[in-house]
Design a protein around this ligand. Structure first.
Ligand SMILES: [Zn+2]
Ligand SMILES: [Zn+2]
Length: 324
């Protein structure tokens, strides 16, 4: 039985090694001070800050995760776990999958950064202009990017992710990114809580494993626990592929009250009601994503969104979403 520890992670951050204003130790200090326990460094087309990251993190008692944001004229792809420079100049507009393959070759996870964002005249090059023919090339989608909040259509990014799950790209994890550049805080920031396996001693590997396993919940700030009880009475975490149906939703809202629960599955979405510690679930088709909102279900009111649960997923079966 795995021992899972939920870790407050910030997975998309810049420093003076690209266009951020903070040095690596300043960035680590700023994020650690607002609760981050795992801090990634993803400078644009640069890994020159890497040597400073782990020592700066050790100093603050947090974990570091080395990475890069491959930044091209047609869009940005995050490479978490990449420890080497990737030459961004050779990528053609037809094939973003090549960037993902290069990231994976270096042991990283490929993430579609701020998929729906304005480019020019806000920030040239930030819009996603590639055609993606194979979403399986990506490991995750940044469903919430809170850097320039007004320039990102995070609602459409969530919709994109759900639609990809429905289309069969069921391995795609969902995370959020501060896209930290040392600008002032604006109150719309979010946290990715990663369910890290305590059995993996190296925190960088444990963080990548959590994302790869979709063991993550994106929250406004403190952790809102979202679990499912299956028909065998087992508790399941986000990312779980399990046999048996999803019977009951188990919520720990960290003291937050009057949250509206919304469910997505293969066929549609529905409001389940006001969050309670235990809520019976309707029949779920193929996957379940759970979101909690303050009042009206609008992305600006989002308090938490889970990665998918996969019920009825029996080993050796021919379930459409089962990778076993
Ligand atoms: Zn970017
Ligand atoms: Zn960025």
């Amino acid at each position: 039985m795995k021992q899972i520890r939920w870790v407050n992670a910030q997975l998309h951050n810049h420093t003076v090694h690209s266009d951020g204003k903070a040095t690596v130790p300043e960035m680590v200090e700023a994020l650690a001070n607002r609760g981050a326990e795992l801090i990634a460094l993803t400078d644009h087309n640069s890994v020159s800050g890497h040597p400073q990251l782990l020592p700066a993190c050790r100093e603050k008692g947090v974990h570091g995760l080395r990475g890069i944001e491959v930044t091209t004229f047609y869009g940005h792809v995050l490479g978490l776990g990449v420890k080497e420079y990737i030459d961004w100049r050779g990528y053609s507009p037809e094939c973003p999958e090549k960037i993902c393959r290069d990231i994976r070759k270096l042991g990283g996870l490929a993430g579609l950064a701020h998929p729906i964002r304005i480019g020019y005249p806000a920030v040239t090059g930030c819009a996603w202009l590639y055609h993606i023919s194979d979403y399986d090339a990506f490991d995750y989608i940044e469903i919430l990017n809170t850097s320039d909040f007004q320039f990102c259509r995070n609602d459409l990014a969530i919709e994109l992710w759900i639609n990809r799950l429905r289309a069969g790209n069921t391995h795609l994890a969902a995370v959020s990114g501060l896209d930290y550049h040392a600008r002032p805080w604006h109150g719309k920031e979010t946290v990715t809580w990663l369910g890290m396996d305590s059995g993996i001693a190296d925190p960088e590997s444990a963080a990548l494993d959590a994302i790869r396993s979709q063991r993550a919940i994106v929250c406004k700030d403190s952790l809102i626990r979202i679990e499912v009880r299956d028909s065998y009475r087992n508790r399941q975490l986000p990312g779980s592929r399990f046999s048996g149906t999803a019977q009951e939703l188990l919520l720990d809202t960290a003291g937050k009250e009057n949250l509206t629960v919304v469910l997505w599955d293969q066929n549609g979405s529905q409001i389940l009601g006001t969050a309670k510690p235990s809520m019976p679930l309707p029949r779920i088709e193929q996957f379940l994503v759970v979101a909690l909102y303050r009042g009206v279900p609008d992305v600006l009111n989002l308090e938490a969104i889970s990665n998918p649960f996969f019920p009825d997923c029996t080993r050796g079966g021919n379930h459409p979403v089962c990778n076993n």
